[in-house]
Design a protein around this ligand. Structure first.
Ligand code: ZN
Length: 127
């Protein structure tokens, strides 16, 4: 088996970092872990995971197909956690645009803990 460093930049192999969350072997214990695992899910185009970790109240704004095409059409380069609180994570996610230039998505994401599971609620962008 191939051991690659996790996409989320933790320095831990994917198999021991975000993949167990994708495979539902583990539940993300913190908002930051969920955020990291969702970033990794974008990299590997795991639309089911992205959809399932979106809070129920917000699922109408997202679809598995939407997540899938967004994930497949974006070449994510790296994730940088700016700061993480109990239920808020600020991060920068770098990606290549259509002209192969690096761009950065700077977002403050809101999460909610419900029945022992973390969910992504929504995010605000910084320009
Ligand atoms: Zn990871």
């Amino acid at each position: 088996m191939d051991f690659i460093n996790c996409h989320c930049g933790s320095g831990i192999p994917f198999q021991h970092c975000c993949q167990p969350y994708h495979l539902k072997k583990k539940t993300a214990p913190t908002a930051e872990t969920l955020m990291r695992s969702r970033y990794s899910a974008f990299v590997v185009a795991d639309a089911d995971y992205l959809y399932e970790t979106t809070h129920r109240s917000k699922r109408k704004n997202h679809s598995k197909n939407g997540y899938r095409s967004s994930a497949k059409n974006t070449k994510w380069l790296k994730l940088e956690i700016v700061c993480a609180d109990f239920d808020v994570v600020k991060f920068k996610a770098y990606y290549l645009n259509r002209k192969f230039q690096t761009e950065v998505l700077h977002e403050k994401s809101n999460f909610r803990l419900e029945d022992g599971k973390w969910y992504y609620v929504d995010g605000d962008f910084y320009s």
